[in-house]
Design a binder for this molecule. Structure first.
Ligand code: ARG
Length: 480
């Protein structure tokens, strides 16, 4: 006998709290509709209240003995108050709609908690960006020096990615927070249950209507874990930069002590293990996504036990992602930026070449492609800052033109080669110029406030409904 094979203890422990809420809401509704008597409802709700109070102890002591959390709660209830009464709790429902409802309740909490973490991370990034509007940074493409920018511009880029992650989580929440309860095994029930009522008591925004769809689908899990995977990708990119930037080669940041580790042999080491694990755990979450997709693929309608195997991957992805967001926030908030090193590196490898080519276009009217050729030949042949005389030499060779005769001045060349003016000139929408970065900072701060308010409103709505549920339970379990 391999009885343990069909258990999924860890995710059932995760669903314990939600299961009791679902039981209570269902019993309240059964009583309201006269499907069970007030006396029976009172006894069941009293029994459920006792089980809820047992908390962790119930999970550790009772859960392992049963097929799943739903069976455990019902069986212990019957053990305590007898089958004549306790045996009425499961009227008009099935474990299929029960588990689907529990998962949605549990994942909704995870989504709200994660969205809050993401917003804290966004706030930390905006704060660091605000402190570094004038901090010069070499911008990279292909990890090669490309053009100068500012640290604020760079941090705002990450903040925008996490703002989209927030939006995706919020969007997923809308589809998660619909209630399958009352779908029963898949064909609903002949009892006159009220699905709207249980959905309301449990804080759902809608009823997931078609009873066959309601119990069979885990597309909300695919969607949620996709959000985690996308977020994980964004986290891993930031983590990768922290790893690179804290190396001696870059030397752009000093890791916060809380997020660095030493070596067991090399006394001088300050290793970015936390960031490395953020990078790695994005991979763990991708694995969860592939697992969820693979399990759900090609399942015939309606319920199949395969669906139980989805839940641990959801749980793992949720916990992993939330922990990684918190770590990245700690690193972002605590890392020390080495501004001097960034500034010095921003000059290396002719990062002003694009601006020089642009200046040739603006001052002399040569086509950009011609200017590109002139500056490219200069860049590959010359070390150091090109003078007007040098530019003329190369322009004559490449394009048969002396640019000084077409309006290019020593002063304009000098300006093109200045890092600060390179940045300030890029003031188009979204560019790194101070004015534009300050505008973006302001806009992102107010977007963040709007997002956080919308998140809190969801949290409050659920909380109020669950308080209402507890009031109903209290009313009904104390018989007059
Ligand atoms: N623990 C199960 C799950 O997660 C509950 C549903 C069992 N239903 C059934 N028909 N065997 O899916």
């Amino acid at each position: 006998m391999q009885k343990g094979y069909i258990l999924s203890l860890e995710s059932d422990a995760w669903l314990f709290h939600a299961d009791l809420l679902v039981d209570k809401a269902h019993v309240v509704m059964l009583e309201e509709r006269g499907i069970i008597s007030s006396e029976d409802a009172a006894a069941i709700l009293n029994g459920l209240t006792k089980i809820a109070a047992r908390g962790r102890e119930f999970v550790e002591r009772e859960l392992p003995a049963y097929e799943d959390v739903h069976t455990a709660v019902e069986s212990v209830l019957i053990r305590e108050i007898g089958e004549e009464v306790g045996g009425r709790m499961h009227t008009g429902r099935s474990r299929n709609d029960e588990v689907a409802t529990c998962i949605r309740i549990a994942v909704r909490d995870e989504l709200l908690g994660l969205a809050e973490e993401v917003n804290k991370l966004r706030r930390a990034l905006l704060k660091r960006a605000g402190e570094n509007v004038e901090t010069v940074l070499p911008g990279y493409t292909h990890l090669q020096h490309a053009q100068p920018t500012t640290l604020a511009h760079h941090l705002l880029a990450h903040a925008d990615a996490f703002a989209r992650d927030f939006a995706r989580l919020e969007d997923a929440y809308g589809r998660v927070n619909a209630c399958p309860l009352g779908a029963a095994a898949f064909a609903s029930t002949g009892f006159p249950i009220d699905r709207e009522r249980t959905a309301e008591l449990l804080g759902f925004d809608a009823v997931l209507e078609n009873s066959m769809d309601a119990v069979s689908t885990r597309d909300f899990v695919v969607e949620t874990v996709s959000c985690y995977a996308n977020l994980g990708t964004n986290l891993s990119r930031l983590a990768e930069e922290v790893i690179l930037w804290s190396s001696a080669e870059f030397g752009f940041v000093r890791l916060p002590a809380d997020y660095a580790t030493g070596s067991s042999i090399m006394p001088q080491k300050r290793n970015p293990d936390y960031a490395e694990l953020v990078r790695a755990r994005a991979g763990t979450v991708f694995g969860c996504l592939v697992a969820v997709l693979s399990i759900c693929k090609a399942l015939p309608y309606a319920y199949n036990r395969d669906l139980q195997e989805v839940t641990p991957h959801l749980l793992r992805a949720a916990k992993t992602t939330a922990a990684s967001v918190a770590v990245v926030r700690g690193v972002v908030a605590g890392q020390e930026f080495r501004e001097e090193k960034m500034r010095r590196q921003a000059e290396v490898d002719f990062t002003t070449a694009t601006e020089l080519a642009d200046t040739l276009v603006r001052e002399t009217g040569v086509p950009f492609r011609t200017a590109h050729k002139i500056v490219a030949s200069l860049a590959s042949a010359e070390r150091g800052r090109p003078s007007l005389r040098k530019i003329d030499e190369f322009a004559t060779c490449v394009a048969g033109k002396r640019l000084s005769e077409l309006g290019l001045t020593e002063e304009k060349v000098k300006e093109a080669l200045e890092i600060a003016s390179n940045i300030e000139k890029r003031e188009v929408k979204g560019g790194p110029a101070k004015k534009e970065v300050l505008r973006m900072l302001q806009a992102r701060r107010s977007d963040l406030e709007v997002d956080e308010r919308s998140r809190v409103a969801k949290e409050v709505k659920v909380k109020r409904r669950l308080e209402e549920l507890e009031r109903e339970v209290e009313k009904k379990r104390i018989m007059p």
